[in-house]
Design a protein around this ligand. Structure first.
Ligand code: F6R
Length: 605
């Protein structure tokens, strides 16, 4: 789950490697490193911690080579320290790696028995040794690379420099993404199109098992069997400008504010605002299936749960939702005529991808609700239902989540109409309601000041509970996840009706309880649960609309959300929850955009 970049350039390459690594930092940020080659000699600089630490090292000891590789790490094998930082070196070989070499222990034992010594705890170092061994046996760099790849089990994207080879970077991929960027007299390889976006928009996607050698003028690509192959060059629309923070303090803040736009943009792919009709992109017929199996992780899973509530209640179409890491290993029984629906911002999450592939192998039609339209998931599914949230940089998902909920809600309307559960007039009403979501999301952002005033109370707590009923239940879990991630405060989301079956024991004066209660058909019941909390001296933050606020007990602190139709309440109420997590993170001085231990794209299982 690291980010890698390789450049064969026409000018000193270190600043460009850093530029690219900044775009890849979302994949991990435990350590970083670069290496360049100059007059046949490879030199590397590494630092534990974030990229700025590596930048300081480079300031003190610059690198001037025009050909180089870079890496930003999310530690899997070996502590996140300097000796385990990439690039890793053995003999003439220096390389960077994203993924996990599953048979590294056995390879390492073999290499040690031959007298080779290791300087890191990484799985990666064995790859460098294997290539170097091939070179010492007289193989060409490409043959030594090829032979090494044949020995590896597990997952990898690699970028490799060879001492003495001034015009060469080799790369390979298996189960991890790798793209080739085509410049003018320069060539690039990187973990994704964003990595090479500052240099070129002409990109080829390597396929499973491919390996590649780039020099100043060309990329020679080979498939897993060693056959020379062509991978088409595509023009991609990932703009370097997309990753600017503008006037906001953090990307999280910016992305919360981006949500009206992100939702508007997403909805325009699903709704016809003139005819007020909802149509799934690709014209999918919801009568062709009897069941949906939603697969996702983390925040995307909570979006899927909200999708279940809205699709089942509107369209009467049964929906199962499961975290992909469980689904893929437990031998699930699938009903015939089930549509497998992956939900993913990145389109690269290893567990979701594996679950999707499993469904495909069982003959199910597959769909991905995905934000990264060039991702592996997007390319492997039968049908893509895009979200248009734009590039999400903060590790915590905000605008991608609401965009997913927008897509699912639009799909629910389309399914309801196709399956005869609602008539045209009701479809038009619901579409109109959904079209109002972007405006209401923007009104919900106005709660920012009130939310800020509550941040210190929540920020001092050790535990926080979130309660909701109906679609507010998965949203409560999403609110708790956001708080955990950004502030490291323990938080749990519960179905409000479940509280009396256990969690109520946690209530005391120290534990804030965030209650999500739009004035809908569940309102009275949720308010009873709120009273139970107050009776036990719990401190309540009530998120509700104006009508709901009129019933708020004096003890409750109220965050006002705009009044809205229940259809879009999960969208509108998501905003104060995200703002609360953000403000608590700021109050605690947390690393809001890059919390510890997390990575934006989880490409390991
Ligand atoms: C939480 C968060 C994660 C992701 C999860 C799935 O803020 O961002 O829980 O939602 O890792 O990622 P994607 O959507 O890329 O599959």
């Amino acid at each position: 789950m690291c980010g890698i970049i390789g450049i064969v350039g026409l000018e000193p390459v270190a600043p460009r490697l850093i530029d690219s690594l900044k775009r890849l930092e979302y994949r991990g940020y435990d350590s970083a490193g670069v290496a360049t080659i100059e007059v046949g000699r490879v030199d590397r600089r590494r630092a534990s911690g974030k990229l700025r630490c590596l930048e300081e090292v480079l300031l003190a000891e610059p690198l001037t080579g025009q050909v180089g590789i870079g890496h930003t790490r999310w530690a899997t094998h070996g502590a996140p320290n300097l000796r385990n930082a990439h690039p890793q070196t053995a003999g003439r070989v220096t390389l960077v790696h994203n993924g996990i070499i599953e048979n590294f222990a056995e390879l390492k034992a073999e290499l040690i028995a031959e007298g080779r010594s290791f300087e890191s705890d990484t799985d990666t170092e064995v790859v460098a040794h294997l290539i170097d061994r091939g070179l010492t046996h007289g193989l060409t760099p490409l043959n030594a690379f090829r032979q090494t790849l044949d020995r590896l089990s597990g997952a990898y994207a690699l970028a490799v420099l060879i001492e003495g080879e001034n015009d060469l970077v080799m790369g390979a991929r298996r189960a991890m993404p790798l793209v080739v960027g085509h410049g003018d007299g320069e060539m690039f390889i990187g973990s994704d199109a964003l990595a090479v976006a500052p240099f070129t928009n002409r990109v080829s996607y390597l396929e499973e098992g491919d390996y590649v050698a780039i020099d100043h003028n060309a990329a020679r690509v080979f498939d897993a069997e060693g056959n020379s192959v062509e991978r088409p060059v595509r023009i991609v629309s990932v703009s370097a400008a997309m990753v600017e923070k503008g006037n906001y303090r953090h990307f999280m803040e910016k992305e919360i504010h981006d949500q009206p736009d992100a939702c508007q943009h997403t909805l325009s792919a699903y709704l016809d605002p003139i005819a007020r009709r909802a149509t799934p992109p690709g014209d999918f017929d919801f009568n062709s299936v009897d069941r949906l199996q939603i697969l996702a992780c983390g925040t995307a899973f909570y979006a899927g749960m909200i999708g279940k509530y809205v699709i089942e209640s509107l369209a009467g179409l049964p929906v199962d939702v499961e975290v992909a890491s469980e689904f893929r290993y437990r031998g699930p029984a699938l009903a015939p005529r089930t549509l497998a629906v992956a939900i993913s911002q990145s389109g690269e999450t290893a567990d979701t991808l594996a679950a999707l592939r499993w469904c495909k192998s069982k003959g199910l039609k597959t769909v991905a609700i995905v934000n990264a339209h060039e991702s592996t998931m997007a390319r492997e599914v039968d049908l893509m239902w895009p979200t248009h949230a734009g590039q999400e940089i903060c590790v915590l998902s905000t605008k991608a989540f609401t965009a997913q909920v927008c897509a699912l809600t639009a799909l629910a309307i389309a399914a309801a109409r196709t399956r005869g559960r609602i008539d045209e007039v009701e479809e038009q009403r619901l579409v109109q309601v959904l079209l109002e979501a972007p405006r209401l999301l923007s009104e919900a952002i106005a709660s920012e000041d009130v939310v800020r005033s509550l941040a210190s109370m929540v920020g001092r707590a050790r535990d926080v509970l979130y309660l909701g009923r109906g679609a507010m239940f998965p949203l409560a879990m999403e609110g708790a996840l956001k708080l955990k991630e950004v502030s490291y405060i323990h938080a749990e989301g519960y179905a409000a009706g479940e509280m009396k079956h256990g969690p109520i024991a946690l209530i005391d004066q120290e534990t804030p309880v965030v209650v999500l209660a739009p004035s809908d058909s569940f309102f009275d019941k949720t308010m009873s649960n709120l009273s139970e909390v107050i009776a036990r001296e719990g401190r309540v933050i009530l998120i509700t609309d104006e009508a709901g606020a009129r019933h708020a007990p004096a003890e409750a602190r109220v965050i006002l959300a705009p009044a809205c139709d229940p259809l879009i309440a999960p969208l509108v109420f998501a905003v104060p929850l995200q703002l609360l997590a953000y403000q608590v993170g700021v109050f605690k001085g947390a690393d809001v955009d890059q919390p510890r231990n997390l990575a934006k794209s989880v490409t390991v299982e």
